[in-house]
Design a binder for this molecule. Structure first.
Ligand code: HAM
Length: 418
């Protein structure tokens, strides 16, 4: 049996980088007042269709959707934003506090063509803020992402920023786009021909080469912003400049989900080939209301966790994996019984202790202690037990200390803690 295409195991040997990212992210989010939220992996299909958009690639082609036994249409979540909005509305979170900030880490599912940096089950680190219209929250999120990536040692990634306008200026832009595409209609793919009527903005995100060519020189949303959107975007830019965050204005950036309004951004890298976005996000000021909640400005981003780890691996980021505090080498049946008892007791006292009950030779067990990178080794054999004296070896300094059998667990704990 093998994993299915696009799905993979992340093995203990690979996990150090994942844990490092998770810890750094959680610490940073918490310091900015974000709280963790956990939501289901399966939701009603309608939630994603309505929020991400019926004419997006995700909804049209990539969702894992199935009918459950009672006939409900369900979908494995392709992203987290829609579900977090659903939870925000369902639990009336707006009633308790006017501003809510969340973060989440977990698997998402999209049936894309698998390749490097692209999986069918992939992981995201997601952050969302509800209830703040101010452009400073846009900058806070971009700054947060920038800071996290720097802390993880990723320099030189470029943040591409755009403003997609709002319902006030969108119709003006849409008209300019349709006028522009008027004579180029025939060059569009069949999907985009449909999108011309249903959702012209989606054409801007089409990856088909003929569509890309047809779009050359197309109007930019930033040239059609209403005064409020323009002021909002200006403040985002100036506040980021003040903080020294590197970014570039990219008026071709539209993102692949329909819910965005105003600021949208992506962090891109060239190290993963075609899969260039490590993170992406934006405002979605209309979504909570469209899903049945009160009118609530909202904004967030998601990091592609798999891609982030792959970039870190390419940069040869090393995380030193901490071995156990103590490894007990036990030789013989009696020694094993002691090793078992002491290792359980020491672990409950906060001393991370491992041992090996395979009955191997001293040489093999010392080799294992080295391999697992133990800080100390305790050796127990018949002689040691007879003399009621054991040797504790500091693996870094090679220093050896004798410990009496009486009160051994407490003495060991003291020695190792020091
Ligand atoms: P997204 O751009 O669809 O946005 O995904 C965010 C990130 O997830 C991408 O930049 C990419 O790094 C990663 N990603 C997407 N698909 C895959 C895949 N098949 N394999 C590996 N990584 C992938 C969202 O999902 C929005 N919910 C972000 C957001 C949050 N907007 C507002 N709040």
């Amino acid at each position: 049996m093998q994993t299915i295409r696009g799905f993979r195991d992340i093995l203990p040997e690979q996990i150090a980088l994942w844990q490092k990212v998770e810890q750094e992210a959680a610490a940073l989010f918490e310091s900015f007042g974000y709280r963790e939220i956990r939501i289901p992996i399966v939701e009603k299909t309608a939630l994603f269709a309505r929020s991400i958009g019926e004419t997006t690639d995700i909804v049209e082609k990539e969702m894992y959707t199935f009918e459950d036994r009672t006939g409900d249409m369900l979908t494995l979540r392709p992203e987290a934003t829609a579900s977090i909005c659903r939870a925000y509305i369902q639990h009336k979170m707006y009633a308790a506090e006017p501003v809510r900030k969340f973060y989440l880490t977990g698997p998402m599912f999209r049936r894309e063509r698998p390749q490097k940096g692209r999986y069918r089950q992939f992981y995201q680190i997601d952050a969302e803020v509800f209830g703040v219209e101010s452009p400073y929250i846009d900058s806070e999120l971009i700054f947060l992402l920038h800071t996290l990536l720097r802390r993880l040692g990723l320099e030189g990634l470029s943040a591409h920023i755009n403003s997609l306008g709002c319902p006030v200026c969108r119709p003006d832009f849409q008209k300019a786009l349709l006028d522009f595409l008027g004579e180029r209609k025939d060059n569009l793919c069949e999907n985009c021909k449909r999108r011309l009527v249903k959702n012209p903005l989606r054409i801007l995100d089409c990856k088909v080469e003929t569509c890309r060519q047809a779009l050359e020189g197309s109007p930019a949303t930033v040239d059609h912003l209403c005064p409020d959107c323009r002021t909002h975007f200006e403040t985002v830019k100036t506040s980021l400049e003040k903080l020294g965050v590197d970014f570039m204005i990219d008026d071709t950036l539209v993102r692949g989900l329909d819910y965005y309004t105003r600021t949208a951004w992506e962090v891109q890298t060239t190290t993963l080939g075609a899969q260039s976005a490590v993170a992406g996000g934006g405002r979605y000021d209309r979504l909570v209301e469209e899903l049945g909640g009160p009118s609530t400005p909202a904004i967030g981003f998601a990091i592609g966790f798999d891609r982030l780890v792959e970039v870190m691996e390419q940069l040869d980021t090393q995380v030193c994996e901490k071995g156990p505090d103590l490894f007990i080498v036990s030789l013989g049946a009696d020694a094993q019984a002691y090793a078992f008892e002491w290792s359980c007791r020491l672990n409950t006292m906060g001393i991370r202790t491992d041992s090996d009950f395979r009955g191997k030779s001293m040489k093999a067990l010392m080799k294992r202690a080295n391999k697992v990178n133990a800080a100390f080794v305790l050796i127990i054999g018949d002689n040691e037990l007879a003399q009621k004296k054991l040797v504790l070896r500091n693996m870094a300094t090679k220093e050896q200390t004798e410990i009496g059998l009486d009160n051994l667990v407490n003495d060991l704990a003291q020695l190792i803690k020091n």
